[in-house]
Write a protein that binds this ligand. Structure first.
Ligand SMILES: [Zn+2]
Length: 162
């Protein structure tokens, strides 16, 4: 299971890194080189769950030929260094799915008052959750058909205009 957690970006301060010594970590999880510049993504080691970063030689923070490099490890801080890079296509997809599940839970609990039932038996709970889910499907069908009908109308308008 990979957690998809919101970043708390209220903090503006860089943090010391756990392994880097003179490298700091920005509040959004980007390593900052000793010269104070943001390091650039430089690949990902899937096996070790490490994201690689580098500072260009032009930065001057290292005498190494290809500049300073640094690794961030997911296990050091899964929130700052998620396995799936924050803002990537996959991240956005999973994140969107997570928020839609939360919306669905809210709809069941709050709007359809799932927990207001005063029944004790498991059977009654099942009946209530089934009824709630039927309502959710009806909501979805309605939205879907509304869009569908809108498309049909546009096509008809175009047909009439032609
Ligand atoms: Zn640098």
């Amino acid at each position: 299971m990979e957690p998809f957690i919101d970043l708390n970006v209220r903090s503006k301060k860089n943090l010391p890194s756990k392994s880097g010594g003179d490298i700091e970590i920005s509040p959004t999880g980007i390593p900052i080189c000793p010269n104070g510049s943001k390091m650039k993504p430089n690949g990902f080691d899937k096996k070790l769950h490490r994201r690689k970063w580098r500072s260009t030689p032009a930065c001057g923070c290292s005498t190494a030929k290809y500049g300073r490099t640094f690794d961030t490890k997911t296990k050091d801080d899964p929130r700052l260094f998620p396995k799936t890079s924050r803002g990537s296509e996959r991240w956005n997809l999973v994140y969107k799915r997570r928020t839609s599940i939360e919306r669905s839970n809210k709809r069941e609990k709050v709007d359809y008052k799932l927990e207001s039932g005063r029944h004790r038996s498991t059977l009654m709970w099942y009946i209530r959750i089934y009824a709630t889910m039927i309502c959710q499907h009806m909501d979805a069908w309605y939205v879907h058909q509304e869009q569908e009908l809108g498309r049909v109308r546009l096509e008809m308008d175009a047909f009439i205009a032609a």
